[in-house]
Design a protein around this ligand. Structure first.
Ligand SMILES: Cc1cc2nc3c(=O)[nH]c(=O)nc-3n(C[C@H](O)[C@H](O)[C@H](O)COP(=O)(O)OP(=O)(O)OC[C@H]3O[C@@H](n4cnc5c(N)ncnc54)[C@H](O)[C@@H]3O)c2cc1C
Length: 420
């Protein structure tokens, strides 16, 4: 905590709000950038390392926001998704589509990036001395224990208390801050889990069984079994192959050191467990799994949550997975956290009076609720089938900066009309 500037949480004479963000993941850091750009004073809290989760898609809707913040995937190894290959469980190709032309429909690129690289870049931009507004302070390894929404008061694990005009709960699917709004945990197991890992392309190029798969650059490949699937795509300038292997959770029986199955974010699994779960799959794929680095294999339970009606209370608001966790079938969870950040910044322009914050947080929820519910629902459906076309346009052709700005302008005009 010594890193905090002494003036960190004082009221700013130029109309800046003091803001505490619980969680410096993708949503928390995005909110930090968006609100810093507006001119607010942000302290971002985090407690974990950032290299979990291997790689993610930065779909056009997320990239449209990130690029306006100066976060350019090309500078940290993004691959441009240009080919989609669908295979049966045995490896037979069912579909092989060149996406170059169809992706030209979207105003922004569809990138595949290493999650840690994205996280590093978001943090660099949030904290840079030379950016707009006030550089954000990120305090690592600081766990928040509870929040008092009416006071804007955050209590750390160390019992230290911090106060702000606004507290943003960006603490992910297992959110602590959500309890201050809902009072209970409301996550449901879907019965599915995912192994995630990356492996170096060069390792796959050395093996005659895996070289052909390894040589497919900028490609998204999926092998479909009846109740399980494996997704593989490149990241890090095609130097890494990323895997997401979704399967019935009961089959992992993942041995953990305490003898109980590991079912939290980022539990460990072994190569043998993955190979056993996918034993009936394409031998070329199994040869790839066989060269995965064991410590890199993590297991994620796929959790769902019924739409949360309230996202805010007094000075506390939830964003990202804390507010609306999304199954991974649509690759939109991080994108929705980024859109939340853009929308929150739109309803909190510089000069927003602190007393006005609760009303603006409710407005933010109204702007975002319908879209996030729809995307959660699409993702559930995508877990059952693979007809992406119906959902793509809704997801990718969306500009949350423009959307929230237009809604906020209309809201301001309505306020003026009511007052006159
Ligand atoms: C298998 C799988 C594949 C996925 N693939 C994609 C994809 O391709 N594209 C995509 O857009 N999304 C994808 N997602 C979803 C995406 O990872 C999440 O939706 C996204 O990370 C949500 O961001 P967030 O900031 O809300 O939460 P997180 O990224 O989880 O960040 C939460 C942060 O809060 C911190 N924290 C937690 N508790 C506390 C506390 N008490 N005090 C302080 N800090 C705390 C954590 O350390 C962490 O840094 C995938 C998810 C899974 C499971």
């Amino acid at each position: 905590m010594a890193a905090l500037p002494p003036e960190g949480l004082t009221e700013n004479s130029q109309g800046a709000l003091s803001i505490l963000i619980v969680g410096a993941g993708i949503g928390g850091l995005s909110a930090a950038i968006a609100l810093r750009n507006v001119g607010h004073r942000v302290l971002d809290k985090s407690d974990l390392a950032n290299d979990t989760g291997a790689a993610i898609h930065l779909c056009p809707n997320a990239n449209g926001i990130l690029r306006r913040w100066g976060v350019m995937g090309e500078t940290f190894g993004a691959c441009v998704l240009s080919r989609f290959v669908e295979r049966a469980m045995d490896g037979n190709i069912l579909k092989d589509v060149d996406l170059t032309e169809s992706n030209a429909r979207w105003p922004h690129p569809w990138h595949l990036v290493r999650r840690a690289a994205l996280h590093r870049e978001l943090k660099r931009i949030a904290t840079a001395e030379d950016g707009p507004g006030i550089p954000v302070t990120v305090v690592p390894r600081t766990r928040v224990d509870k929040v008092a929404p009416e006071l804007g008061l955050v209590t750390l694990e160390s019992d230290q208390e911090l106060k702000a005009h606004l507290v943003i709960g960006a603490d992910g699917i297992y959110s602590t801050t959500r309890k201050a709004i809902t009072g209970k945990a409301d996550l449901n197991h879907t019965g599915k889990a995912a192994f995630r890992f990356v492996l170096p392309r060069v390792a796959a190029e050395l093996n005659p069984l895996t070289v052909a798969l390894a040589n497919q650059h900028d490609t998204f490949t999926v092998w479909f079994g009846k109740d399980r699937r494996v997704v593989m795509y490149s990241c890090d300038d095609n130097a890494l192959l990323n895997f997401v292997c979704i399967y019935p959770e009961s089959e992992s029986s993942t041995p953990a050191t305490d003898g109980t199955p590991r079912q939290g974010w980022s539990g460990d699994a072994t190569r043998e467990i993955v190979l056993n779960v996918f034993r009936d799959f394409d031998p070329h794929l199994k040869a790839l799994i066989a060269i995965a680095d064991p410590p890199s294999i993590k297991v994620w339970p796929l959790l769902d949550m019924r739409p949360l009606v309230d996202w805010s209370r007094d000075k506390l608001v939830l964003i990202g997975d804390a507010a609306h966790p999304c199954l991974p079938y649509q690759a939109q969870g991080a994108a929705q956290a980024i859109e939340d950040a853009a929308s929150l910044a739109a309803v909190l322009p510089i000069g927003t009076p602190p007393a006005e914050v609760p009303r603006r947080l409710a407005l933010f929820r109204d702007f975002r609720f319908g879209r996030t519910v729809k995307i959660q629902e699409y993702s559930r459906l995508m877990g059952r089938d693979w007809d992406v076309r119906a959902y793509e346009a809704y997801n990718f052709d969306h500009d949350e900066i423009a959307n929230s700005a237009a809604l906020f302008k209309k809201w301001e005009e309505d306020q003026l009309r009511e007052e006159s």
